[in-house]
Design a protein around this ligand. Structure first.
Ligand code: FEO
Length: 398
């Protein structure tokens, strides 16, 4: 059943409580997600976005409880990744001639996915669609986070339909930002930004400023995942501007993998050294093989510097460290510093290779890689602590 969110708009989406993995295995969704679709009823009726394909029949059946499908005058697709466009085939079987408003890239993506010659209407920034008492205005937002993305703004009810932008993978019983635990909401919003949008931060800044310059009255931001920002919607806009500006907190994250606990011992000792040198710094230790990769990337996003450690195996670093470094590389974090470390038995290649990889990832690598032979003894542990202290001094200087 739909939920009315404003005079003209009803939420007709799907809450996916059981979703634990998204984008294949690329994104962990521990708190589930939702696929938000919205029905605007005015002199003309509009459906904004659909839901993921596994829920297509349920979505269309529920939509029929809300409205005779033939009374839908237009479909607006703000973004056409399958979690939003996946129910189009089921819906279009019933109303095949209904115009689909989307960007030119959106049309190409829908055609590429579903191979159907539907009635597409391409829109650009500034184009409008009068509905009666309300009007939709389209704003292209390419690479937030796909080339086809656009926002749609509904005047009258003053709602910005932002699709993935400002979204969170967060399944809740309630629809609004002020009805959930703020700590959970902000963690999910930040994790979403760090793992999906961070590499497009220059576009985020540009687009947010462009939309703010329009001075549109804003009563809600209605994204395609998670809660609707109804209570002070500007708060998430301000957060996005902060997050897009090479965000960092007073935090250092130590990411490590370990085979027989020697590299773990080094990681913990380095952490103690950092805390001794600067008790105000939050130190976060994460095991690349055991902790969630998206949580690790979120901690990297928050950090001013990171240390990455791996034992040497087969003349290189471990699979888990290789995986997390590859993710970090893709997310293009800016203005962060880094160093590397690891235990070894003979060749000891990993720390140097990690330092090279960190430089490739865009980090400013400070200090030499730290290596310790076999199991660190008390002297080696003291040296790791000193390394942590010195790392603090190095990142302060440069
Ligand atoms: Fe929620 Fe880019 O799809």
């Amino acid at each position: 059943m739909g939920k009315k969110i404003s005079e003209h708009v009803t939420w007709v989406g799907k809450v996916d409580w059981e979703l634990k993995r998204f984008h294949g295995d690329e994104f962990s969704t521990d708190r589930g997600s939702s696929y938000n679709s919205y029905l605007i009823r005015d002199k003309k009726n509009v459906l904004i976005d659909t839901v993921w394909q596994p829920f297509d029949k349920e979505f269309v059946a529920r939509l029929k409880e809300e409205i005779d499908l033939h009374d839908i005058d237009y479909i607006v697709m703000n973004h056409n990744e399958i979690d939003h466009s996946g129910s189009l085939p089921e819906l279009m079987r019933e109303i095949p001639d209904t115009p689909i408003y989307c960007t030119k890239k959106g049309e190409a993506i829908i055609r590429g996915h579903y191979h159907q010659d539907w009635n597409f209407v391409n829109v650009k920034t500034g184009d409008t669609l009068p509905l009666g008492e309300t009007t939709l205005t389209f704003v292209e937002a390419p690479m937030l986070h796909w080339p086809d993305t656009m926002f749609s703004y509904l005047s009258g009810d003053n709602i910005l339909f932002s699709n993935d932008g400002f979204g969170q993978h967060f399944a809740t019983e309630s629809l609004y930002n002020d009805t959930v635990r703020q700590e959970d909401l902000y963690y999910e919003a930040e994790k979403y930004y760090a793992n999906i949008l961070n590499l497009y931060s220059p576009m985020v800044t540009k687009k947010v400023k462009e939309v703010l310059a329009l001075n549109l009255p804003l009563s809600m931001i209605a994204p395609s995942h998670g809660v609707i920002w109804k209570e002070n919607p500007a708060q998430i806009v301000e957060k996005y501007l902060q997050w897009a500006d090479a965000y960092q907190e007073n935090q250092i994250t130590i990411i490590y993998d370990t085979m027989w606990n020697s590299t773990r011992l080094m990681a913990e000792s380095i952490g103690l050294g950092i805390q001794k040198a600067d008790p105000s710094v939050k130190v976060k230790l994460m095991n690349a093989a055991k902790d969630d990769k998206n949580d690790i990337c979120t901690e990297v996003f928050r950090s001013k510097a990171i240390l990455v450690g791996s034992p040497t195996i087969n003349y290189g670093f471990t699979y888990a460290i290789g995986g997390i470094l590859e993710m970090i590389k893709g997310l293009k974090f800016k203005k962060k510093k880094a160093a590397s470390f690891g235990s070894y038995g003979w060749s000891g290649d990993a720390p140097k290779q990690i330092a090279e990889k960190l430089a490739e990832c865009g980090f400013e690598v400070v200090g030499d890689p730290l290596r310790k032979l076999w199991v660190p003894d008390q002297k080696a542990i003291e040296e790791c602590r000193s390394y942590g202290e010195n790392f603090c001094a190095l990142i302060r200087q440069q």
